[in-house]
Design a protein around this ligand. Structure first.
Ligand code: CUK
Ligand code: CUA
Length: 667
């Protein structure tokens, strides 16, 4: 698996470098730079032992200072609980968005009132336990008519069954909600084509509402769940009051995708424990890994979300923990839920850009299995069932809905699409990306050789998800693909037994078997699972907040914003309006009594791009960030007597160190 360095013997090497020189000239000319490759550049090529492919990759990704990237990738941060923003093709990290985990730099989770990580938020403090981390898996960009609109980003917390909303006007988390019925999730988040709903799927079946039931009552008491969170675009919030869930059989529902265009209105969701195995290796039972893989087929779930929405609106729900849930019985009676077989231990399910093809990968099957939406809908109309499952859910006949099975390689997981009629499937066991042709599809010129494996590109190593530019939309861009590899092994310098993930940028602009690696990005802050790539010009984040005194949590003028400093006492409550501008706070001296309740509104008067100030109050575990124009409120009790020097944590000006003050707490 060692990378071959191009290091020919001397005589060959002269020829090689001549060829290399020609290649370089061609490359340089194609970039319409009218220059010979300078000798010192050739010297670098020789010294660093670069191959022509290396040089091509370097030229394709190197981004000179001040030049901006063409695409932006949002990748989940795995157990860091954050989202990482990466420019492409440079693969430079632009930002880590704090989502479920406190972050001092962003002043997130360290005292700012009403921020999503405020302990008073029921999405954060659950049953008295404040959660300070998450296992983020699947980011989803908001869509309009099936295309990314650049407005919002959603991401789930697999560990605790939570969903967060990020506003892309300022790249800040605005909302964290806890699913009241489900402990965990996985096949989420993803959105319906107009972001009507953000979908969250439970992974490990459980007694809904977090009740207790012994594992021996698995079949009768444990259930799966899919939750439909209604998104209120105007408010930029998920509206919990308009949301509902559907009870599912206890099959360990996994990845899901929303239908689009021809399949709009459907949700497709795989599952991998239709055996309903209950583990117990310590008692001599088969472990889950074997128990869940006994049958040759599991069930793809087909959920009609418009019918589900109608049933919810008609009140055909039961309340679990006060949350409306459509029961399995209702789901069957109302034609909301169907099943169809899918090969052994499936993982990914992905809908092609036209909406016609639904691609499923079975981890233990070397094929991808492709269904056609027309066949699915016909089988439902014809009641072409091969039976009912234990819960009365109709199982559509596999032969009736199957379009094609294509052998792509070992351990297929996830599939993405481009604008040339190709599909790309990650091969975990083969450590490769398979490129294959879709069948005839109105959206693209029909491939000359449909349903064929075209190329397997080795990646390093153990690829999980892959993502293409806008690959989840009705209009993918092609051009780039990123392989999110679980193992890095020998790709980077040894940093101890815990290794970074390796995100590899792949050029998919060419047709045929011409995919090539461009760049390796090590990410050492948790395990990214999935990502979304959007054209950078679809994003239009603010440079500064719209006006001085902006409440970024609610995206409106802060009711307590003030452009002058003041201290007001009312009994034991001290309300302070503090301003910040280069390079001082006003007021600078604040004197209170031990036990006073402090409400501090901190307003940045700055109107300059990138003029950020911070506010650190030692011993009180408080740190805030105020970007230009922002007002934040800190709310705490002065329960420690003493002299506390507060100061600005951003090097904002030459006199940044002078931007300080004293918070005096009289005993
Ligand atoms: S994933 Cu969550 S186990 Cu394949 Cu979407 Cu990594
Ligand atoms: Cu303000 Cu440093």
């Amino acid at each position: 698996m060692q990378r071959k360095i191009w290091n020919p013997p001397f005589s060959l090497s002269v020829l090689g470098f001549t060829l290399l020189g020609i290649t370089l000239c061609v490359l340089v000319m194609s970039a319409s730079v009218n220059a010979q490759l300078p000798d010192d550049a050739m010297e670098i090529v020789r010294e660093r032992q670069l191959t022509p492919d290396d040089i091509k990759a370097a030229l394709a990704t190197y981004t000179p200072t001040g030049r901006h990237d063409e695409y932006v990738m949002f990748t989940s941060g795995g157990h860091s609980g954050q989202v990482i923003v990466i420019g492409m093709p440079s693969m430079r990290i632009l930002k880590v968005i704090a989502v479920f985990t406190p972050d001092p730099w962003q002043g997130y989770g360290y005292g700012v009132k009403d921020a999503p990580l405020d302990a008073s938020n029921p999405g954060v403090t659950v049953d008295g336990q404040t959660l300070t981390w998450a296992d983020t898996h699947h980011p989803a960009l908001s869509e309009t008519e099936g295309d990314y609109d650049g407005q919002y980003l959603f991401i789930n917390d697999k560990a605790n069954g939570r969903v967060a909303t990020i506003d892309l006007r300022d790249f800040e988390t605005k909302q964290i909600i806890k699913n009241p019925v489900a402990l965990n999730d996985h096949g989420a988040t993803m959105v319906t084509p107009n972001t009507e709903y953000v979908i969250e799927g439970l992974q490990y079946a459980m007694p809904l509402g977090n009740e207790y039931a012994p594992i021996s009552e698995y079949k009768s008491k444990y259930r799966g769940l899919m939750t439909f969170w209604k998104f209120d675009r105007e408010r930029g919030r998920i509206d919990e009051d308009q949301s509902f869930a559907i009870e599912l059989p206890p099959y360990w529902q996994d990845l899901a995708d929303a239908g689009k265009l021809s399949s709009d209105g459907w949700i497709f969701c795989g599952s991998f424990n239709s055996e309903m195995a209950t583990g117990g290796v310590e008692d001599g039972n088969p472990p889950f890994e074997a128990g869940t893989a006994e049958r040759d087929m599991d069930y793809l779930h087909l959920i009609n979300w418009r019918r589900a929405e109608q049933a919810f609106k008609d009140g055909k729900v039961e309340k679990i923990k006060d949350f409306p849930v459509i029961t399995l019985e209702t789901a069957v009676a109302e034609g909301i839920l169907y099943l169809t077989p899918e090969p052994k231990s499936p993982h990914g399910v992905d809908v092609s850009p036209s909406g016609n093809y639904i691609v499923v990968s079975g981890k233990l099957d070397p094929h991808v299995t492709v269904y056609h939406i027309n066949k699915i809908e016909k089988a439902i109309v014809d009641k072409d069932y091969e039976g009912l499952d234990d819960y009365g859910v109709p199982i559509l006949s596999f032969d009736a809905v199957l379009e094609k099975q294509i052998e792509v390689g070992l351990g297929p997981l996830h599939t993405q699409f481009d604008n040339q009629g190709y599909a790309y499937t990650s091969l975990f066991l083969d450590s490769a990306v398979a490129r294959w042709t879709l069948g005839p599809d109105a959206k693209y010129k029909a491939p000359e050789r449909p349903w064929r494996l075209i190329q397997q590109l080795p990646v390093h190593y153990n690829i999980g998800h892959l993502v293409t530019a806008e690959g989840d939309t009705v209009e993918p861009d092609g051009k780039y693909l990123v392989a999110l590899n679980k193992w890095a092994v020998d790709r980077f310098l040894n940093v101890g037994p815990l290794l970074p993930q390796n995100l590899q940028l792949v050029d998919i602009s060419d047709t045929g078997d011409n995919m090539g690696l461009l760049y390796d990005l090590p990410l050492g802050i948790g395990e990214p699972h999935y990502a979304q790539i959007i054209k950078a010009d679809k994003l239009s984040a603010w440079e500064i907040y719209p006006e001085v005194g902006w409440d970024s949590i609610n995206q409106q003028k802060h009711p307590k914003a003030a452009e002058k400093g003041s201290i007001k006492r009312d009994g034991n409550t001290v309300e302070i309006s503090m301003t910040a501008i280069r390079s001082h706070y006003e007021p600078e001296i604040v004197e209170v009594n031990k036990g006073d309740k402090i409400i501090l509104h901190l307003t940045s008067l700055e109107r300059t791009y990138d003029a950020t100030h911070g506010f650190a109050l030692p011993a009180y575990n408080i740190t805030a960030s105020v970007e230009a124009g922002e007002t934040v409120t800190l709310d705490f009790v002065a329960d420690k007597a003493g002299v506390f020097s507060f100061y600005c944590t951003e090097f904002c000006s030459a006199l940044h160190l002078e931007m300080a003050g004293y918070f005096l707490v009289k005993p």
